[in-house]
Design a protein around this ligand. Structure first.
Ligand code: NAD
Length: 319
């Protein structure tokens, strides 16, 4: 049995990773400041600490001194759009937090850190599967902060911290925050459809993304633990391949028995026109290939989310 630290444990991805680690019989300590996460998301059996990952006191006085077997750093402000509201906050919450965690790992003798990075580090790319070696020129402060975090990971290799940065593409699935209308294309559209029978898309239907189901993302995080070849690497984690926003909207409409109107207008700051992933490195380094098709994943999410949507969640800071 191993002992893991999971940051962002009250969020969509962090809670799912923590749940999978607990199911395998490991010990999990989770940190979250509940800005977009929910206390109810923290899986039973995990020790929970409510704190900001950028707060030095967390590392000096709260977390145990015995080294964790690995740190999963998943906490973060996860919206490109929101990063434009307060870039300095984005930097503190997403980048300073990474630096603190790396220094904590070094001080306590933890030698493994797995990081939730993002496709947003790439910025504008040609319409072909983007490889990890493509030049990274982010279009949002969020992407800049995540890319900086990747470089902090790289620099800490010299201190014996073996890290892996997973560049997650558009993650979706059951458990996604359906109240946060500024992050998560699938969750935003599905919430609009279920609540109002109307989907307002900010941007063109020709834009395209690569949608990856939460179960595949969890598998990728866990695969990192067993694959030494992933040490020091950045790896794309994607799923569906190239899917346009218009196609996604049609897939969602097909799930819903009632009429759904759709409007395309406006745009989002820092939005990329299109991106989809080259998945070769994930396959060769991690043994990862996505298992959940977009249709299966959307059907499952719709089936499990629709009945819950009207239930009130106790977020301390619903966005
Ligand atoms: N969802 C996606 O499509 C996607 C894609 C690429 C990368 N990511 C990254 O994955 C991570 C998790 O995203 P998610 O979709 O689960 O979002 P989420 O908002 O559901 O989860 C993030 C969690 O981190 C917590 N948090 C935020 N800042 C914190 C801080 N400074 N200290 C402590 N806790 C903090 C929030 O309260 C929340 O519980 C983020 O780092 C995000 O950038 C997500």
């Amino acid at each position: 049995m191993a002992n893991y630290l999971v940051t962002g444990i009250a969020g969509f991805i962090g809670s799912a990773v923590a749940r999978a680690l607990l199911r395998q019989g490991h010990q999990v300590t989770g940190v979250d400041n509940l800005t977009t996460g929910y206390r109810d998301n923290v899986p039973a059996g995990a020790a929970f600490i409510k704190a900001d990952c950028q707060d030095a006191a967390l590392y000096d006085t709260v977390l145990p001194r015995t080294p964790f077997d690995a740190i999963f750093h998943i906490a973060g402000q996860s919206s490109g759009e929101v990063s434009f509201d307060d870039p300095a906050y984005d930097l503190r919450t997403n980048t300073e937090s990474t630096l603190h965690l790396l220094r904590f790992a070094r001080r306590t003798g933890c030698t493994r850190l797995i990081y939730a990075s993002t496709m947003s580090v790439y910025g504008c790319q040609p319409d072909e599967p983007v490889h990890e070696t493509a030049p990274a020129a982010p279009l949002s402060f969020y992407g800049v902060g995540k890319l900086a975090s990747e470089h902090y990971l790289r620099l800490h290799e010299q201190f014996g911290i073996r890290s892996t940065a997973l560049r997650l593409f558009n993650v979706y699935g059951h458990g996604q925050n359906m109240d946060n209308m500024r992050q998560g294309m699938v969750s935003i559209f599905m919430a609009m459809m279920l609540r109002n029978g109307h989907i307002h898309v900010k941007g063109s239907p020709e834009r395209y993304r690569d949608f990856v189901h939460i179960d595949d993302v969890v598998r990728a995080f866990l695969l990192c633990l067993g694959q030494q070849r992933s040490h020091g690497e950045v790896i794309n984690i994607a799923g569906s391949g190239r899917v346009t926003v218009g196609q996604l909207v049609e897939e969602l409409r097909a799930l819903h028995p009632a009429p759904v109107t759709v409007e395309f207008s406006g745009c989002t700051a820092g939005d990329m026109h299109g991106i989809h992933a080259d998945k070769d490195k994930a396959r060769t380094v991690l043994g990862y290939t996505p298992q959940v098709s977009l249709r299966q994943g959307l059907e499952d999410m719709y089936r499990r989310t629709a009945p819950l949507l009207t239930r009130h969640h106790g977020a301390e800071n619903a966005s």
